[in-house]
Design a protein around this ligand. Structure first.
Ligand code: ADP
Ligand code: GLC
Length: 487
């Protein structure tokens, strides 16, 4: 390795924008290659061959037959897709399935997910150790449980193997399977113990990543600390705490081109910190879209989220009477748990003109919501980083967030000291419960009533740095350290 200037990284992930996305993981995997390129880091992304992925890869991509992998015959397709260098595991028996990458038509995990992602990890380790057409990575960057087993194959397989970093995007998803699942994956029985890939009697893909990878990172400094506690670590707190010196918290950034309020083609009218009146046009368009009465005295709040327990939206349903009492309104875009979907739908039909709900996944609408709302609500019970509050900052839609994980690290609460110092960019609440959330909504409504104060906060939020610059440099530094230690 000559210097930091020419590092080759194999990024192993199960989602990547603009091809396949169920959450923020896809945004981050998709943004990192572009963010790292100016630092001399060449990233190639290895993805499973979902139909959408195969459709996206260019016609002149290279194809080669692969040796035996779990799940049968497979090929590797490599080439550019939408400006990113990708490699795709084409194994029709495993991945030729439309829709959500992890779930079958019954809404349950595919029963062969261990084979699907096990084969994927085997291939990742193979490319890393043997190289591909003269290209061999200096570092392997693994994302979440779907890539976790790669670290085990690298450590327990043929040497020398390049060093690996695993990033935890969400510890709630661990990839747990019965112990027998280890056999077709060729994992040595001798490593099935708590210091190996066993997680309380099961095979744990993420556990394997945390044990065998050379470094661990997660997507915010606060979540890195939280993960070492029983409250947040979901049974892996001990493993992470034992490696504390090798654990990094590196904040996610956002793609400043895709999320640019001045040039966003998906909003009603472009705006900047200097043209707040143009933001108001988006507010009108948003109110129309959700059939809300836009003339009320209070702020227009929005939510763009998976509707799951993690996101704390049941607390918002509880706090809703206070929001409505203050003359505020609410627009919700999301899908997920049935009780939350019906809860918000009932709130909308009980409060016409005040609460509007769209159940579903709608990328263009998510842009209009960030552009048109006054404030975005993110009351998560835990949040490794969170991206929607970052979009909110960039679009002058002040985030109101639970004080946890990346939310705590990216939003500056409008408490008295912060207001005096002129640094506040949003609102935080803690402990994470309905009453403190309602109090924070009250504070936001008070701030909104003070037009001068609100406008100053909007301008400040829009200037807050939310790009990749600092974090891309932190990843590049981590890669360089790994390479140096391995040399
Ligand atoms: P998580 O990954 O836990 O879902 P993040 O905040 O990191 O949370 O990322 C969520 C991403 O998914 C953001 O890009 C957000 O805009 C997007 N998103 C979530 N729900 C929807 C939806 N219903 N429609 C459009 N985009 C959505
Ligand atoms: C996860 C987390 C979210 C984070 C995203 C990208 O899905 O829930 O907080 O922003 O990954 O790292």
């Amino acid at each position: 390795m000559d210097s930091e200037k020419s590092m080759k990284v194999l990024s192993v992930a199960s989602e990547c924008v603009p091809f396949v996305k169920t959450g923020g993981l896809a945004d981050v995997v998709g943004a990192l290659p572009g963010a790292l390129a100016p630092l001399g880091v060449e990233v190639r992304v290895l993805m499973p061959g979902y139909p959408a992925m195969k459709a996206a890869i260019s016609e002149d991509a290279k194809t080669q037959e692969l040796g035996r992998l779990p799940g049968g015959r497979a090929r590797l397709i490599s080439g550019p897709a939408n400006g990113t260098d990708v490699m795709v595991l084409d194994s029709p028996r495993l991945f030729d399935r439309p829709g959500n990458p992890y779930l079958g038509p019954d809404g349950k995990d595919w029963p062969d997910n261990h084979l699907r992602y096990g084969a994927f990890c085997r291939l990742a380790a193979q490319i890393a150790t043997e190289g591909l057409d003269g290209w061999q990575p200096d570092v392997v960057h693994l994302h979440d449980w779907q890539a976790g087993l790669t670290a085990a194959y690298l450590k327990l397989g043929r040497q020398p193997a390049p060093p690996s970093l695993i990033t935890i995007h969400n510890i709630a998803f661990q990839g747990l399977f019965p112990p027998e699942a280890a056999t077709p994956l060729g994992l040595p029985k001798a490593e099935f113990h708590p210091e190996g890939f066993e997680y309380f009697g099961q095979l744990g893909f993420l556990k394997a990543g945390l044990v065998y990878a050379d470094r661990i990172s997660t997507v915010s400094p606060t979540y890195a600390r939280e993960l070492m506690s029983a409250e947040f670590g979901m049974g892996l707190e001990g493993v992470i705490a034992a490696r504390r010196a090798e654990v990094h918290g590196i904040l996610n950034g956002i793609d400043l081109e895709v999320w640019n309020p001045e040039s966003d083609p998906q909003i009603a009218m472009g705006f900047s910190a200097k043209t707040p009146a143009r933001k108001a046009k988006n507010r009108v368009a948003l109110a129309q879209r959700f059939k809300l009465y836009a003339g009320g005295a209070g702020p227009l709040f929005c939510v763009v989220s998976r509707l799951t327990r993690q996101k704390g939206l049941d607390l918002l349903l509880e706090a809703l009477p206070r929001l409505l009492a203050r003359g505020a309104s609410l627009a919700v875009l999301g899908s997920g748990d049935a009780d939350l979907e019906t809860g918000f739908q009932a709130a909308a039909s009980d409060n016409p003109g005040r609460v509007g709900v769209v159940i579903g996944y709608d990328e263009p609408l998510s842009h209009l919501m960030q552009a048109g709302a006054d404030s975005i609500l993110v009351p998560s019970r835990f949040e490794p980083c969170g991206l929607t509050q970052l979009y909110g900052l960039r679009y002058g839609t002040l985030p109101l967030v639970a004080r946890t994980g990346g939310l705590a690290d990216t939003v500056i609460d409008a408490n008295e000291a912060a207001l005096q110092a002129g640094v506040a960019t949003g609102f935080q609440f803690s402990p994470i419960a309905a009453a403190p959330l309602a109090d924070a909504i009250d504070r936001a409504c008070d701030a909104f009533a003070d037009k001068k104060l609100w406008a100053a906060m909007v301008r400040r939020a829009m200037r807050h740095p939310v790009g990749w610059e600092t974090s891309a440099a932190a990843y590049a530094k981590t890669y360089a350290e790994l390479i140096e230690t391995a040399a």
